[in-house]
Design a protein around this ligand. Structure first.
Ligand code: UFG
Length: 335
């Protein structure tokens, strides 16, 4: 079985990807420092797959630790999820973000080269596009100046990986530019576990419906969109997880050096559509009011997904309804 190192494998997208790796016959090996995840995620993974993957607790910034993991596991490839991801926090703590997100990537790449690990899938974000000139946004769209240190770490990381692949022809990598991942595993054994008050829309919605938060504030309804609220491309986390497996298969099969691929559904939904769809699938009314715009929000963004379809043979299978139903089922399982 092909061994794949999964940094941040106990996290939200990481844990769903670990499940899909097992489902597709790979052997995932998790590295996680549990800074934003819980070891209990491993129980959920075991319930779904019947397997308990190897896990190393430690920091990807720790070169000696990473060398020990690579020496004992000798993975054929790596998927690098481990990173900080809160946009607002990155503005307040830029050095923490640069040190963690860039530092861990440098350690990982150096360790991969030292141990002849040749395949890399990297978690990037549609944030690299900023406010796109044209919709849907294709991979050829230019990057815009990053709005936050978080966004800049994704832009710089992509560049670091591209340069490293160019200098080391044996290394092959794909940066997946995620749109907005939502939902949970349909079994409700794993899902998103935000610490404290959620920054993101869907966990805030499910916590509000569960009575943990009094109401959702919709950040602005005066945008130039049909109902005035922001439009995003919400992708079910299981679809996103499968995209990682397809990317690994692509890297193993084709002669790739470095590439970037959007992962979204190709469809945009407004904040109010999310609210109303959630009310339909949960059968609960969601207390919400319109508030001011959130600084830094892009008016609308959704993906062109042709490249994922033609290069990876992947496309999203789950709908917004499915994703919200699964997110709600997961929220209820926590009560
Ligand atoms: N929103 C609300 N109320 C809330 C939370 C969010 O109205 O309480 C709205 C936002 O204004 C936005 C939409 O819901 O229009 C989605 O917001 P999220 O915070 O869930 O997601 P973003 O699109 O802002 O952020 C996501 C990722 C980031 C990434 C960014 C790039 O979470 O990691 O996309 O655009 F940087």
């Amino acid at each position: 079985m092909t061994k794949i190192l999964v940094t941040g494998g106990a996290g939200y997208i990481g844990s769903h990807t670990v499940v899909e790796l097992v489902n597709h016959g790979y052997e995932p090996v998790i590295v996680d420092n549990f800074s934003n995840s819980s070891p209990s995620v491993l129980d959920g993974i075991a319930k779904i797959t019947g397997k308990r993957p190897a896990i190393y607790e430690g920091d990807c910034n720790d070169a000696a630790f990473m060398a020990r993991v690579f020496a004992s596991e000798r993975p054929a490839g790596a998927i690098h999820f481990a990173a900080y991801k809160a946009v607002g926090e990155s503005v307040a703590k830029p050095l923490m973000y640069y040190e963690n997100n860039i530092g861990s990537l440098l350690v990982l790449l150096k360790t991969m080269l030292a141990f002849e690990c040749h395949l890399l899938v990297f978690s990037s974000s549609c944030t690299v596009y900023g406010t796109p000139d044209k919709l849907p946004v294709t991979e050829a769209s230019p990057m815009q100046e990053a709005e936050s240190p978080y966004g800049y770490t994704k832009q710089v990381s992509e560049r670091i990986i591209a340069d490293t692949c160019r200098a080391h022809p044996g290394l092959a990598a794909v940066a997946l530019r995620y749109f907005n991942p939502i939902g949970a595993h349909p079994s409700a054994h794993i899902g998103e576990l935000p610490l404290g008050v959620p920054n993101n829309l869907v966990p805030f919605v499910t916590q509000t419906a569960a009575g943990i938060r009094p109401e959702l504030v919709v950040f602005g309804n005066d945008y130039n969109t049909p109902d005035g609220t922001n439009i995003r491309d919400y992708i079910h986390v299981v679809d996103l997880a499968v995209a990682h497996v397809k990317t690994l298969q692509y890297l193993q099969k084709e002669d790739v050096s470095y590439d970037v691929i959007n992962v979204g559904t190709g469809r945009g939904h407004s904040v109010l559509e999310v609210v109303h769809t959630f009310e339909q699938v949960s059968g609960r009314s969601l207390p919400h009011r319109i508030g001011p715009r959130r600084p830094g929000d892009v008016e609308q963004v959704y993906a062109a997904v042709d490249k994922a379809r033609t290069t990876l043979g992947w496309q999203a299978r789950y709908s917004l309804e499915d994703a919200l139903r699964d997110a709600w089922r997961w929220q209820q399982s926590l009560e």
